[in-house]
Design a protein around this ligand. Structure first.
Ligand code: ADP
Length: 403
């Protein structure tokens, strides 16, 4: 009998499912794809079978009613390439689960009790955990015999000391309602901080790293010797850096003001801060490529948005330098961090006093893998490390099921 070596990674959102099938012998991708606009008439499935020589991406548009139908469609696509979910070569399904609270500190094989706890966290993750639960339940129905592993966005941050993880509010109220700084993007921060250590030729335990995960959502973390000691997102992914559509840090009294003075109800304010703020609120665009293009053409609102974005980044770099005391590396990752030379240059400009500098040529040089962009003599390494949350989920899930 063959030893199963494949892991299917599922990232289920409220109206989408992203997936990758990996072969863990060499961590190669056998297939990748996504289903979007689930529940609408114009749902879309995009499937790329990488394992099949010469096979092309297949796309379909049409109604896909729910997550069960979406996963059935994905299974059918995989089966066409001989990669079906009924294959004995499948070792596990790894699920991205956004909120694991304080309880899930490591990837966990899902049983009824685990599923119940993930559901119990829905009040603190109302947008994400219900979709994650749907993905898990559908996958369990499809292959009840297969280990299903939950990998939580919050786990990496459970090592934060109470001093960083607690808000300074009434303790009894905080405890009763589980109001706590949980942090998110943990799989990325874990993977990228480890890869940064590798790039420096050291063990994770030997280095202190500040990771800037700058995608549409954005967060910073301070990682001391491989353990997270602070992160910028909190109870929800709204806190911290300026993001594509989220405000990041604001005075909470802005909310009272919008309610009492501007007459907005709480759901309107929620949508304003999560969906209509950040870069889109400031300048009407949330894609950093478009923002830098406009800025270079002399657009003032794009420039101001960029400056606000960078100012917040600098504040977190400074804060986390102080939290860590000694910094070995500052690492940029995710869509903006990996690609925007302008953001990297501006975020580090003027921080020579912190030992931080970017070499302009290295910063401009495009490359696929992890790389240093600081001058060779710099006191603190500045790195670009492509994140790979799917690989991290697959690796964790596979390690767990293989023992
Ligand atoms: P998500 O949070 O959706 O996973 P990503 O990490 O994929 O986001 O990042 C998406 C963002 O990355 C885009 O909105 C865009 O702002 C930015 N981005 C992608 N490519 C580039 C580029 N070449 N230059 C600047 N920014 C880029």
């Amino acid at each position: 009998m063959t030893t199963p070596t494949r892991v299917l990674v599922l990232n289920s959102g409220s109206s989408s499912v992203k997936y990758q099938l990996l072969d863990m012998r060499d961590t190669s991708r056998l297939a990748v794809g996504l289903v979007e606009r689930i529940g609408e008439d114009t749902s879309r499935l995009k499937h790329t079978p990488l394992a099949v020589e010469g096979a092309e991406t297949r796309e379909f548009e049409g109604p896909i009613a729910d997550h069960a139908a979406a996963l059935a469609a994905v299974a059918a696509e995989l089966a066409k390439d001989g990669l079906g979910l009924d294959s004995p070569e499948l070792a596990a399904v790894g699920h991205r689960v956004v909120h694991g609270g304080k309880y899930f500190t490591v990837p966990t094989v899902i049983d009824d009790a685990v599923l119940k706890e993930i559901k119990r966290l829905i009040p603190v993750a109302p947008l994400h955990n219900p979709a994650n639960v749907m993905g898990i339940e559908v996958a369990m129905e499809l292959r009840p015999d297969l280990p299903q592993v939950a990998v939580f966005d919050t786990s990496f941050h459970t090592t934060m000391p109470e001093s960083a993880a607690r808000y300074a509010i009434d303790v009894a109220t905080a405890d009763e309602h589980r109001i706590h700084r949980y942090g998110f993007h943990g799989t990325s921060h874990a993977y990228v901080s480890r890869e940064t250590a590798k790039l420096l030729g050291k063990a994770p335990a030997e280095v202190n790293v500040i990771v800037l995960h700058l995608g549409n959502g954005a967060s910073a973390s301070a990682v001391r010797g491989g353990r997270c000691v602070d992160t910028s997102m909190g109870l929800t992914p709204l806190e911290g850096l300026v993001m594509g559509t989220r405000s990041g840090d604001i005075d909470p009294a802005v909310i009272f003001h919008l309610n009492r003075v501007a007459g907005m109800d709480i759901d309107t304010i929620d949508a304003l801060l999560n969906k209509k703020s950040g870069m889109i609120g400031l300048c009407g665009d949330n894609d950093m490529r478009e923002i830098t293009r406009r800025m270079n053409e002399g657009d003032d609102s794009a420039r101001l948005a960029f400056e606000i974005y960078v100012h917040r980044l600098k504040k977190y770099i400074g804060a986390y330098s102080a939290v860590l005391g000694h910094v070995d590396a500052l690492t940029f990752t995710a869509g903006v961090g990996e690609n925007s030379t302008a953001v990297r240059e501006a975020a580090v400009a003027g921080l020579e006093g912190f030992g931080l500098a970017v070499d302009p040529v290295l910063n401009e040089t495009r490359a696929d893998g992890a790389r240093l962009i600081s001058p060779p003599a710099a006191r603190v390494a500045v790195a670009v490390v492509p994140t790979d949350e799917e690989l991290e989920i697959a690796t964790s899930a596979y390690a767990l099921v293989r023992g």
